[in-house]
Design a protein around this ligand. Structure first.
Ligand code: ATP
Ligand code: MG
Length: 483
């Protein structure tokens, strides 16, 4: 969650009061707030971002902060990152920052300027693609090739490397509140689209015709939801209207990009609100089809509570500055589907561990069609799930071994959200692990041994029954809770 760093000043009064959306065709001059008319101080801007801005300025170029950082600073929030935009073209940016600068991206060519561990993204103003601009497109090898701006049959913008001026660049941005520019030359704020007014109204308004803009890039629909939740803004009615109808456009967005977007959505510190809004607009099912199926089956039951508890825990971690891991989120989203699939495999006669592996494969294979989950995270998801099965078996030296597992902490947290979501029979187990972790090593050994003595007899009896039943029926234990 963002920290509020300053009270908002009274800069809003300068804005016109008309509620009509301003467009490129209006050809209006921008509203410019001079330094003494707004609250953004250079002290609020990270040093590497200032270095990039001044570096470009010294080299004779125009340079601005743009996007979320200007929006957040005006709202008195701490920006997540600082994006710079300039009239210098990528090769010229490279010439200014030399070895500190790397040019990236084909669809949208950008410069990354590195200062220590910080990378500042520097984009060149994008133009309208009306033939008056440089149409060159640089391929990966640096040679010119292909078209600079390309829209496919469905209206999707597949490439945008037509360079232009600030007057053109503003109209290519998504929301008016994301199209505010902070000019390093005189520290003023430049607003062409009515973004200052919309900050005052607390509204998210897409620049241009909403349907066209969503068709160009369907991800703008989920960006609307993310910003609405994060800023507590209302989605303006024309911006909101097409969302439900156009949800199907996600089918054309690459699974790699959707994975990145899902992380931004659910690691925003407002994941619970994001989840509710995604479901309200019918978008959630496009990102997590299996989870949506579970939720539809039981609207207020355990599947929903598990997701909510996982998101609440993620939000709390972000708010207190802790790290968050994508595998935890995905484990929670897919847990119920995995359990259901496991039951089917058990009914088909697979042994419990085989049924678990087959079920995990099934749900992960389905999910990565929508959001490509990198292998390291799917491996962690399998661990978190598998450890649910192992956490009850903690007597004697097993507890220590489990605690040393690299995914122990995530698995323990996962057990916690299962309890919070209603699996109260696991509460005793969860409390035991909580107490175990609070002890020092010597006490831990005694604590686990004590349990070993108490548990051994009933366990053996249970095991004998288990094997007897198994040899009678020839099938496995269909009742094992997790794993
Ligand atoms: P955050 O706080 O998440 O960083 P942001 O608004 O800075 O929010 P970024 O993804 O960092 O979002 O993008 C920076 C800016 O680039 C945006 O503010 C917007 O002006 C522009 N932008 C990003 N994605 C799109 C898009 N899909 N379509 C149009 N403009 C976009
Ligand atoms: Mg940003």
């Amino acid at each position: 969650m963002q920290r509020i760093i300053r009270k908002i000043s009274s800069f809003f009064s300068k804005q016109a009061s008309s509620s009509r959306a301003i467009s490129y065709e209006d050809n209006l001059p921008p509203v410019i707030l001079s330094r003494d008319e707004h609250n953004i101080s250079r002290n609020d801007i990270d040093k590497p971002a200032l270095d990039v801005l001044y570096g470009l300025k010294r080299a004779g170029y125009d340079a601005y902060l743009v996007g979320g950082c200007v929006r957040d600073l005006l709202l008195g929030l701490e920006p997540k990152d600082f994006d710079v935009v300039t009239n210098a073209e990528p090769e010229q940016i490279k010439a200014v920052f030399k070895r500190n600068c790397q040019l990236i991206g084909r669809r949208f060519r950008l410069a990354h300027v590195r200062f220590g561990r910080t990378v500042i993204e520097v984009a060149t103003f994008r133009g309208q693609g009306n033939g008056q601009n440089r149409q060159d497109y640089f391929g990966r090898n640096g040679k010119k090739s292909g078209k600079a701006r390309e829209v496919d049959d469905t209206g999707r913008l597949v490439r945008d490397n037509v360079y232009g001026t600030i007057e053109e660049d503003v109209w290519r941005r998504d929301f008016t509140v994301n199209a505010l520019y902070y000019n390093i030359r005189d520290y003023s704020i430049v607003d062409y689209t009515g973004g200052l007014k919309d900050i005052k109204l607390g509204e998210l308004r897409l620049i241009g015709d909403p349907e066209t803009r969503y068709r160009e890039d369907p991800v703008r629909m989920i960006r609307a939801i993310r910003f609405a939740a994060k800023l507590g803004f209302k989605i303006e009615k024309h911006t909101e209207k097409p969302i439900m109808e156009l949800a199907g456009l996600f089918d054309d967005v690459s699974n790699a990009r959707l994975f990145e977007e899902v992380l931004k959505l659910f690691h925003s510190g407002v994941a619970v609100q994001v989840f509710e809004k995604l479901r309200h607009f019918g978008l959630f099912g496009y990102l997590f089809p299996l989870t949506e199926q579970m939720l539809e089956g039981e609207s207020e039951g355990f599947p929903r509570m598990l997701v909510i508890e996982a998101l609440k825990s993620t939000d709390e971690r972000i708010r207190s500055g802790k790290t968050v891991n994508p595998s935890f989120l995905f484990s929670a989203m897919l847990w119920e589907s995995m359990q259901q699939r496991k039951k089917v495999h058990l009914a088909d006669g697979l042994a419990p561990q085989d049924a678990f592996h087959a079920a995990a494969n099934d749900v992960i294979d389905q999910q990565i069609k929508r959001t490509a989950i990198p292998k390291r995270f799917t491996a962690q998801m399998r661990d978190i799930w598998n450890l649910q099965h192992r956490l009850p078996k903690r007597h004697g030296s097993k507890a220590q071994k489990l605690q040393e597992h690299p995914r122990f902490r995530a698995a323990y947290d996962f057990l916690g959200i299962r309890v919070a979501a209603g699996e109260t029979d696991l509460k005793e187990l969860f409390d035991w692990w909580t107490e175990y972790q609070e002890k020092d090593l010597v006490d831990q050994v005694a604590f686990a041994n004590k349990l070993g003595r108490e548990e051994k007899k009933p366990r053996r009896r249970r095991n004998r029954n288990f094997y007897r039943k198994r040899s009678q029926s020839g099938s496995g234990d269909a009742g094992s809770s997790a794993g």
